[in-house]
Design a binder for this molecule. Structure first.
Ligand code: PLP
Length: 388
C-alpha cells in the first residue's frame, strides 16, 4: 500500500498568493494596477547573453557540436569563469562550484545531506522555501531567528546549539544584509558548535554597502563551515532560463566526511545538469559586454529602489532595505496590519504589494515592495503614492 509523506500535513503556513489573487479578482479599481509585489525581473535579457545561448544551440545542430548529457556539476568552462571572476582570490577552486538550475533547488535539496533530526535555525521573515522544505524532509526541530526592527533585522545568535543555519543575506523580504561583523559572528558560532551555515546570496549583485561582504568566504573560518548559494536569476535576468551555482569547499566536513563528496554524489543521482546553451549564456555574463549589460540592468533596479524609498519617506513611511537589495521593507502605519496596509495601497494607489506576514510571523507589520520594475513603472508608482 502506498503511503503519503505525512509531513505535507505539517505545512501550516498561510499561503498568501492565492489570497492575493482572490483579492485582485474582486478588486474594481479605475486605473491599471502597478505591480510592486513581483520578485521577478522586468527588463529584457542582455543581447550578449541571448547571442551566446543562440550560438550554443546552433553549435548543437552541427556534427562537431553535439552535447548530450553534461556533467552533473556543470561544464568546466562555466565553473572556471565563475571561479576566475569571483572566487579564486578567496581560496575556492572551480570544482568546488556546482552549477544548477536554481538557488531555490539547491537551498532546499542541500537538506538531503543531513540527518532529519538536525535542528534547523531559520531567519524569520525570510524566503519561505527553506522552512517548507525542512518540514517536508521531516525536520521537527525548527528554530525561528527573528529579524526585527529592534535588532536591525540581523537575528541574535541562538542560545543553545543548532546544527543547520539558513541565512539569507541580503534577505528577501527585508532587503537588509548582514554586515561583515555580523556574518563573522555566525561563522564563529558555527565553528564552535560544529554547525553548518547555509547562506543564500541570491541578491549578491545588489550589494553596495562597504561593510557587507560579497561572499561569506571572505571571512576567516568560513571555508570550514559554510555553503554559499548564488544565482544568475536576479543578477543577469535568468529567472526564465534557470542557472545558478553553489559553492561547497572540500574543507566543509561533518562527522569526518566532506560534504563536497556527498553533494557530488547527490547531484549525480538526482540531477542531470543544466542545458548546455544556458550554461554558455551564463558564461557570457563574465564577458566584458555581458558584464556591462547586466550591470546596467542592476543599476536601473537600484536607482528604482532609491527613488521609491525617497518617495515613501516623503509620505512619512518608515522603510528599510533597498540599499543592498531590490526589496523595500515598509513599516505599516500605526494600527495597521500587513494585510490592512496591503488593502490600503491597493485601494488608494492601485499598487500591489506583498504582506510581510507571508514570509513568516515576524514579518507582520510590514509589506514588501520590489524595485524589479522598468523606470516607467517605477515613476508611475511614485506618482500613485500621492494617493496615500
Ligand atoms: N533565494 C532567494 C532569497 C530568492 O528570493 C529567490 C527568488 O526569488 C530564490 C532563491 C530563487 O532563485 P532561483 O531563481 O535561482 O531558483
Amino acid at each position: 500500500m502506498a503511503m503519503l509523506n505525512s509531513n505535507f500535513n505539517r505545512l501550516n503556513r498561510v499561503y498568501i498568493f492565492p489570497l492575493i489573487e482572490e483579492k485582485l479578482a474582486h478588486f474594481k479599481g479605475d486605473l491599471p494596477l502597478v505591480n510592486l509585489g513581483i520578485g521577478d525581473i522586468a527588463l529584457p535579457l542582455s543581447s550578449r547573453i541571448a547571442r551566446a545561448i543562440c550560438t550554443g544551440v546552433e553549435e548543437m545542430s552541427t556534427s562537431k557540436g553535439i552535447h548530450g548529457y553534461g556533467p552533473a556539476a556543470g561544464y568546466s568552462f562555466l565553473q572556471e569563469a565563475i571561479c576566475k571572476e569571483e572566487f579564486a582570490p578567496l581560496g575556492i577552486s572551480p570544482d568546488e562550484i556546482f552549477i544548477s538550475d536554481g538557488a531555490n533547488s539547491d537551498t532546499v535539496n542541500i537538506l538531503d545531506l543531513f540527518d532529519g533530526k538536525s535542528t534547523v535555525a531559520l531567519m524569520n521573515p525570510t524566503y519561505p522555501a527553506y522552512l517548507d522544505a525542512s518540514i517536508l524532509r521531516g525536520h521537527t526541530q525548527l528554530l525561528a531567528l527573528p529579524c526585527l526592527e529592534e535588532n536591525g533585522f540581523s537575528p541574535d545568535l541562538p542560545q543553545g546549539k543548532v546544527s543547520l543555519i539558513y541565512l539569507c543575506s541580503p534577505n528577501n523580504p527585508t532587503g537588509m544584509a548582514l554586515s561583515r561583523e555580523e556574518l563573522q559572528s555566525w561563522v564563529d558560532y558555527a565553528l564552535k558548535h560544529k554547525a553548518i551555515l547555509l547562506i543564500d546570496n541570491a541578491y549578491e549583485a545588489f550589494i553596495t554597502s562597504k561593510e557587507v561582504a560579497r561572499s561569506i568566504f571572505e571571512l576567516p573560518g568560513a571555508l570550514e563551515c559554510a555553503i554559499e548559494f548564488r544565482s544568475f536569476s536576479k543578477s543577469a535576468g535568468f529567472t526564465g532560463l534557470r542557472c545558478a551555482y553553489t559553492i561547497l569547499p572540500r574543507t566543509v566536513n561533518v562527522e569526518g566526511t566532506s560534504l563536497h563528496t556527498l553533494w557530488m554524489k547527490r547531484q549525480a543521482i538526482k540531477f542531470n545538469g543544466v542545458a548546455y546553451p544556458i550554461q554558455r549564456g551564463a558564461a557570457a555574463v563574465y564577458s566584458p559586454e555581458g558584464r556591462k549589460e547586466t550591470q546596467a540592468q542592476i543599476q536601473i533596479y537600484q536607482e528604482g529602489a532609491k527613488l521609491l524609498k525617497g518617495a515613501l519617506a516623503q509620505k512619512g513611511l518608515t522603510c528599510y532595505g533597498g540599499v543592498d537589495s531590490p526589496y523595500l521593507w515598509v513599516k505599516t502605519p500605526t494600527g495597521m496590519s500587513s494585510w490592512d496596509f496591503f488593502d490600503h495601497l491597493l485601494e488608494r494607489c492601485q499598487i500591489l504589494s506583498i504582506p510581510g506576514c507571508g514570509f513568516g510571523e515576524h514579518g507582520e507589520g510590514f509589506v514588501r515592495l520590489s524595485s524589479f520594475t522598468t523606470p516607467e513603472t517605477n515613476t508611475l508608482a511614485i506618482t500613485r503614492l500621492n494617493g496615500l
